[in-house]
Write a protein that binds this ligand. Structure first.
Ligand code: AMP
Ligand code: MG
Length: 409
């Protein structure tokens, strides 16, 4: 049977990033950059003060003390947003506000707190003279032009998902728009005659549909646009009608759950095979063995297992990296970490993704399973904060050995 890593390679070969467009800065949150961003300017833009104080020549205040202050003439007042090109000469200083440009001749700024003008009221005019109580080093309390960024520096890279801080950087550098990938369209389908919407009263034999909500939340966390195909009944006609909508709406990928094992009513598999192809429909893993991948009318198709935990694991192992690639990001599996096992863990030799709770104990990550690992036991996934991976071919991991984990949100 196909291994998890071979299945992932096979899947990822079917995905390329979607098209790109320039978007204005107020619409960039959460979008993925489609080009590197190079700064056109130095940043800071000009030498400026990092405090409210007096810009001066440090040689004038060498040896200043509270008991023997140095008195300087205040020749100008530079507020934020203004500048002064009046050169500072020996014996002189200018009042300066945080962020305002340093005047020529000044080599540092003494803080208000280190002068006799230390409690000005808001809006008060600059004094004519100021007594400085403390010597400072050249450059102190100043930010030099280009300290952070030089013109020509590459500051953001293709494939970065834009958060508040990246968007702030674009604004700071005067860039009102940026190239980003469009949102991929992801069609979601659940299937099964037993499924009722969460609001519907249950009748004998029925259960509430959980996967539509699980997959919606997972897909939204991957930053895509959703096409909701609803719940198909176990008939070829209904499955086909709903998949056709994905084709009409030009979905970039279809994610369906259930109906891909070998049951008598597993119509999803047969409908996809009739109008497309399945590359595989079983993967050597636990949970999630009945997992299909192929194309329906040329659209990449994931047939996740019906059991909610299996659907979740299948999404994290295979779908998320594929969506990352579609979105223009590097397709990467979760960052792995190592944890000590607080208990022995059994597996059946398939690559296993077990629900675990990982805590830090005596300075090291320690993992325990969260209850029974049945693939319908969604509560144990709720209680987990990690998936513990037992490699293929391994049937048991002893207590106190090290295991690989993925932290999950
Ligand atoms: P199947 O793959 O259709 O054989 O389904 C496997 C198991 O998953 C069955 O117990 C189904 O009732 C259950 N199942 C399928 N779809 C869902 C869903 N959307 N929500 C909750 N359980 C489901
Ligand atoms: Mg079914």
């Amino acid at each position: 049977m196909l291994s998890v890593s071979d299945a992932r390679v096979c899947i990822l070969a079917n995905f390329e990033p979607v098209e790109t467009a320039n978007l204005s800065i107020d619409r960039l949150a959460g979008r993925v950059l489609a080009g590197d961003i190079t700064s056109k300017t130095d940043y800071p833009l000009f030498d400026n003060s990092s405090v409210d104080g007096f810009a001066l020549q440090t040689s004038d205040i060498a040896g200043a003390l509270h008991t023997s202050p140095r008195s300087l003439l205040v020749t100008a007042d530079i507020r934020a947003g203004t500048y002064s090109d009046l050169p500072i000469r020996s014996g002189e200083c200018v009042r300066i506000m945080t962020g305002a440009p340093l005047p020529p001749g000044a080599d540092a700024v003494v803080m208000l707190e280190d002068t006799d003008f230390n409690e000005p009221s808001a809006g008060s005019a600059a004094p004519h003279k100021v007594a400085v109580y403390k010597p400072i080093r050249p450059g102190e309390n100043t930010r030099k032009r280009g300290d952070d960024i030089h013109a020509g520096d590459k500051v953001l890279h293709t494939g970065t998902r834009l958060r508040a801080q990246e968007i702030g950087l674009l604004a700071m550098l005067g860039l009102p728009e940026a190239p980003v990938y469009r949102l991929p369209k992801v069609a979601l389908l659940s299937s099964g005659d037993e499924l009722l919407p969460v609001e519907a009263p249950l009748t004998p034999g029925k259960i509430h549909d959980a996967n539509s909500y699980v997959l919606t939340a997972l897909a939204e966390s991957a930053g895509v646009q959703l096409i909701r195909l609803g719940v198909a009944s176990d008939t070829e006609a209904d499955v086909r009608a709903r998949l056709e909508r994905a084709v009409q709406e030009k979905a970039d990928v279809i994610i369906s759950s259930a109906g891909v094992s070998v049951g008598a009513f597993d119509y999803v598999k047969s409908v996809v095979e009739a109008d497309g192809k399945l590359d595989f429909w079983k993967v050597n893993m636990r949970p999630g063995k009945p997992l299909a991948f192929g194309k329906y009318h040329g659209i990449p198709f994931f047939g996740l297992p019906g059991n909610p935990v299996s659907a979740f694991v299948g999404f994290e192992v295979f779908v998320r990296p594929a969506l990352q690639k579609l979105c223009g990001q590097a397709a990467r599996a979760h960052p792995t970490q190592k944890a000590w096992l607080a208990e022995a863990v059994e597996s059946d030799g398939r690559e296993s993704y077990l629900r675990a709770i990982v805590t830090e104990e005596q300075g090291r990550l320690t993992a325990r399973l969260t209850g029974h690992q049945g693939s319908g036991n969604l509560l144990s996934l709720v209680q987990a904060n990690a998936l513990l991976i037992v490699p293929s071919g391994v049937k048991s991991l002893p207590a106190s050995s090290e295991a690989i984990i993925w932290l999950i949100e």
